[in-house]
Design a protein around this ligand. Structure first.
Ligand code: SF4
Length: 147
């Protein structure tokens, strides 16, 4: 994971295709909008959030979609790649109410690192899942990882 340094103007949120079969993605965007959970350190005004799905195992469309995101952000909004942070949503990165963490996380992180993206793990922090982490039912998760 790369360190979070410098100005942030856009956050891409990659969500698990399987989880998105039932999830609207509301909670991730709510957390971003209110700067809570994995987004609490973003103080800058005017940050844009762009959620997208992984495309199914093993993160089939991540390379293409992340490249498209960077290209569009530059062309349409003058946002440079180093002003983008990609969050791997909680449905992928954590042990949670949908599933255990994505078995392809390492592969996906490597793809994004090779493309030169700054990456962080986590998005929405469910109270129920957090309680289950604390109770040892789900694996622990470091909400500060990748900062
Ligand atoms: S398990 Fe991982 S690679 Fe497979 S659909 Fe979910 S996030 Fe994507």
């Amino acid at each position: 994971m790369e360190e979070r340094t410098g100005r942030v103007r856009l956050i891409g949120i990659i969500q698990c295709d399987f989880a998105k079969e039932r999830c609207s993605g509301f909670a991730c965007i709510n957390s971003f909008t209110n700067r809570i959970d994995a987004f609490e350190d973003y103080a800058e005004d005017g940050i844009m959030a762009v959620p997208f799905n992984c495309g199914g195992c093993p993160g089939r469309r991540i390379s293409r979609t992340a490249a498209h995101l960077a290209k569009r952000a530059k062309r349409k909004a003058g946002i440079e790649k180093d002003e983008i942070v990609i969050h791997l949503a909680s449905c992928m990165a954590t042990d949670n109410g949908h599933y255990p963490p994505c078995p392809h996380l390492g592969y996906i992180e490597k793809i994004l690192a090779r493309k030169g993206f700054r990456v962080r793990k986590g998005s929405y922090r469910s109270k129920t899942a957090q309680k289950r982490r604390e109770d040892g039912v789900y694996d622990a998760f470091d909400w500060k990882c990748g900062q």
